[in-house]
Design a protein around this ligand. Structure first.
Ligand SMILES: [Zn+2]
Length: 281
């Protein structure tokens, strides 16, 4: 049998061999893709082509071969949709390729002063700690998990006043930092914090910058995180339902006052939480 295969192969010219291998690979890819379950639930926010927003378009209206960024499908078989995050630093040429234009959005500046010495002069121990925490966070983002059905829109995780929106250009002690890719909700210490959707606790840790921190994994490539808590009352692998109490507002980590820093990640890209929260804060 092996000999026959070798003989057959030697008879085929290289062009034909290449064609056959392309055919086999395509078959495998299409075959594997068809095995990926597509969620019928597709209650994502409307398309919002700004940094921090999302692509939400009918599959039949787009040429998938021209899409050069990460996306997924959801919806009923007759009305499948393509969903993709538009990250803060998304390359707008990727949307022009499929005939769409990203809108420009201006973000305001915010200048804060942090006096606490341990945040301004990082000790060797703290640098080591920060690196370990970053690795744990990144490795957790990569892990696969399963969670119950996603129930969008997201619930506002706490009661309070928005003190810093998504995309704000941050300066700490007059030094330009990464943009603010979450939503700050200022509230009193002890204000309850609720799970924004059904999900699973992926992390419940005390981090140097984020303080007491919870990362929830939801269905359909969505995650939410909750930083600077006074206290977390959940542990890793706990299942939570939308609206469950998970902790309390605090001022742990690098802060200027008590607030919740809330992040929404789709395919691990940080998006504007206000796009996903439909009710008033
Ligand atoms: Zn924040």
């Amino acid at each position: 049998m092996l000999f026959q295969l070798k003989l057959l192969r030697s008879l085929l010219n290289p062009k034909l061999q290449k064609l056959i291998s392309v055919f086999v690979v395509s078959f495998l890819v299409v075959g594997c893709n068809s095995l990926i379950p597509i969620s019928q639930n597709c209650n994502f926010p409307e398309q919002n082509l700004v940094p921090g927003g999302l692509l939400n378009i009918k599959k039949k209206n787009v040429n998938l071969d021209l899409i050069d960024f990460e996306f997924f499908e959801c919806g009923q078989s007759k009305d499948l949709r393509i969903i993709a995050p538009i990250a803060y630093n998304f390359d707008m040429r990727d949307l022009e390729n499929i005939g769409l234009i990203i809108k420009n959005k201006e973000f305001r500046e915010s200048r804060i002063v942090i006096k606490e010495k341990k945040f301004n002069q990082l000790s060797k121990e703290n640098l080591k700690r920060i690196n370990l925490e970053r690795d744990l966070y990144i490795n957790t983002l990569k892990k696969k998990y399963s969670s119950s059905k996603l129930n969008l829109p997201l619930l506002s995780p706490t009661k309070g006043i928005v003190s810093s929106e998504y995309g704000v250009k941050r300066f700490i002690n007059n030094v330009r930092k990464n943009p603010h890719l979450g939503l700050d909700i200022a509230a009193e210490v002890g204000e309850p914090v609720y799970a924004a959707a059904n999900g699973k606790v992926l992390l419940s840790e005390n981090f140097f910058y984020r303080g007491n921190f919870i990362l929830l994994g939801h269905a359909q490539n969505l995650k939410t995180s909750y930083s600077h808590l006074n206290k977390s009352i959940v542990k890793k692998d706990d299942e939570v339902s939308k609206g469950d109490l998970i902790g309390f507002v605090g001022s742990s980590g690098r802060v200027t006052g008590p607030h919740l820093h809330f992040e929404v990640l789709l395919l691990n890209k940080k998006l504007d939480p206000e796009v996903f929260i439909q009710n008033n804060l």
